[in-house]
Design a binder for this molecule. Structure first.
Ligand SMILES: *[C@@H]1O[C@H](CO)[C@@H](O)[C@H](O)[C@H]1NC(C)=O
Ligand SMILES: *[C@@H]1O[C@H](CO)[C@@H](O)[C@H](O)[C@H]1NC(C)=O
Ligand SMILES: *[C@@H]1O[C@H](CO)[C@@H](O)[C@H](O)[C@H]1NC(C)=O
Ligand SMILES: *[C@@H]1O[C@H](CO)[C@@H](O)[C@H](O)[C@H]1NC(C)=O
Ligand SMILES: *[C@@H]1O[C@H](CO)[C@@H](O)[C@H](O)[C@H]1NC(C)=O
Ligand SMILES: *[C@@H]1O[C@H](CO)[C@@H](O)[C@H](O)[C@H]1NC(C)=O
Ligand SMILES: *[C@@H]1O[C@H](CO)[C@@H](O)[C@H](O)[C@H]1NC(C)=O
Length: 455
């Protein structure tokens, strides 16, 4: 059970974040000065090591706090208690911890193991793994968990079972720490699946490869935007059982391999990237409304506005962020590019490209390779996970980095500019080689004082 302090803190933060949602800001969208304390959890997706070898499962979560970005305050070895819990519950060890997200209150973390399909829920305060699930075999008997994202109505986790080509749901009560893998909710996106328009979910001309990649959500309406490996997208009502398609997009409207849905005010940004051997490069950004979705609509409605479409070179749009000013109004949309190690900055109001932040400019790394991105509650800093020398996900042509670690960016002008100010190295040394491959990253507020930001 959670102690009372935790309960209090979680509830308080939930209320604050709920207020923040009313004003239409994202989780990262708090404001103002240094009274706000937080933690960063960054995941090394290489296996745990035993001194002489990688053991074939596990991995590490490195936990930093805002009093010291240089040194982690904790390291969770996923090859220990977490691996034992998963083995006990599912008969298999968890492999390749990939994406990590906190719930709205920041009281719990959800970690998806992409290779084995495990999803582990941690209590953040004491770093304890509470439960371990495994996704259901789907397409060709395969299962994965590419990303498991808590819904913004605070009641579910949506699991992108990538190679299984299924979207799955965990029902949660964060206060009671009750978690149910709801098999009745599973939506298979292959085979006989059809859309409300009667079209095949998966087909070569519409959506050729329905491996779900990332499922970011809205609180109201209760929709998740599920990007697909081969292009196209489904907007799904995540409260329906089974999960129900509310809108369908084809590959010519929403490109392949998107991961980085972020919402603010009345918009949801969705991107499309490269990163796979069959789709080397991609750099597209779309801005969609948060309302107007209905199963009675024709395909590709409501239409996305194209913010960026760069097919000129070696580019890979991946992850995303929205910056806000002190009045909590969105200022800029950031689109990181894993191939070029830059962040393209677009005005929220005009949708115009206004700046390019080059992570190589401060000469801290020759090939930073940013993967996940979070922005501090005060907008003073942004953080990126920087990939390793031996990347374990995405195609190496974009995912190989030269400086595995936590990149700290100092943000200026409400996000119009920024510079990579430091890199905290993350290591996982086997036989003298650093095998660390930082990937998942999220931030949780740990102080009660951030409410100042919302008043
Ligand atoms: C580390 O070195 C040992 C002894 O040379 C070798 O057996 C082992 O395969 C190496 N491990 C890795 C991960 O390269
Ligand atoms: C480390 O793990 C490797 C691979 O599982 C194993 O062969 C080796 O015996 C282990 N070494 C120790 C010291 O436990
Ligand atoms: C923050 O991290 C530092 C080490 O990096 C540690 O000494 C300190 O205790 C941590 N603070 C909290 C509140 O966890
Ligand atoms: C799934 O459906 C069955 C049969 O209707 C029901 O007994 C069960 O409680 C449902 N599971 C959940 C998690 O709702
Ligand atoms: C679709 O296929 C699945 C599994 O192949 C099956 O369980 C289900 O009943 C089928 N649904 C329809 C509507 O035919
Ligand atoms: C993106 O740009 C390419 C090349 O300029 C063009 O062929 C394609 O139609 C554009 N896509 C969209 C959706 O505008
Ligand atoms: C980075 O290196 C380049 C080339 O040596 C140099 O021109 C530039 O001033 C350096 N930038 C910084 C911030 O040190």
């Amino acid at each position: 059970m959670v102690d009372m302090t935790m309960h209090f803190r979680a509830q308080r933060q939930f209320i604050l974040l709920f207020l923040a949602m009313l004003f239409g800001v994202t989780f990262a969208g708090a404001a103002d000065v240094d009274i706000c304390n937080y933690e960063l959890w960054i995941v090394d997706q290489a296996d745990s090591n035993n001194g002489t070898a990688l053991i074939g499962y596990g991995g590490y979560i490195h936990i930093f706090n805002n009093s010291n970005f240089k040194r982690p305050c904790d390291i969770v070895d996923l090859g220990a208690e977490t691996a034992q819990l998963c083995f006990q519950r599912t008969g298999a060890y968890p492999v390749r911890p990939h994406m990590l997200f906190f719930n709205l209150a920041g009281s719990h973390a959800i970690l998806a193991f992409v290779a084995s399909g495990h999803v582990v829920i941690f209590r953040a305060a004491d770093r304890k793994p509470l439960t371990c699930f495994r996704s259901t075999p789907g397409f060709n008997g395969l299962r994965q968990a590419h990303a498991a994202i808590p819904t913004r109505n605070n009641k579910h986790i949506i699991v992108a079972n990538q190679n299984g080509k299924q979207v799955e749901r965990i029902n949660v009560d964060w206060e009671r720490e009750e978690f149910v893998y709801d098999l009745n909710a599973t939506l298979a996106l292959y085979g006989n699946c059809t859309t409300p328009n009667g079209l095949p979910c998966e087909s070569p001309d519409l959506r050729p490869d329905n491996a779900p990649i990332c499922p970011p959500s809205l609180a109201d309406p209760t929709l998740t935007f599920v990007t697909l490996r081969g292009g196209g997208m489904f907007v799904i009502d995540y409260t329906k059982t089974p999960l129900a398609i509310a809108a369908e997009y084809d590959k010519s409207t929403i490109g392949a391999n998107g991961c980085g849905g972020v919402s603010t005010k009345h918009y949801m940004y969705i991107n499309s990237g490269g990163g796979t051997a069959s789709n080397l490069y991609g750099f597209k950004v779309y801005k969609l409304p948060t309302r107007g979705y209905s199963s009675a609509n024709a395909p590709n409605v409501p239409a996305p506005k194209i913010i960026a479409n760069d097919s000129t070179g070696d580019r890979d749009a991946h992850f995303a962020g929205i910056l806000h000013n002190k009045r909590m109004n969105p200022t800029y949309y950031w689109q990181p590019d894993r191939a070029q190690s830059v962040i393209d900055v677009f005005s929220f109001n005009t949708d115009k490209f206004v700046n390019r932040i080059d992570l190589k400019a401060t000469n801290l790394s020759t090939d930073p390779t940013p993967d996940a991105l979070v922005i501090s509650p005060t907008m003073a800093y942004a953080f990126v996970s920087l990939r390793g020398l031996i990347p374990l996900s995405a195609d190496p042509h974009v995912s190989t980095g030269s400086s595995p670690g936590l990149g700290v960016l100092v943000v200026k002008n409400y996000g119009r500019t920024a510079r990579l100010a430091s890199i905290s190295s993350i290591t996982n040394i086997v036989n003298g080689t650093n095998r660390a491959d930082p990937h998942g990253l999220d931030l949780r507020v740990t102080s009660d004082s951030c409410d100042v930001a919302y008043t």
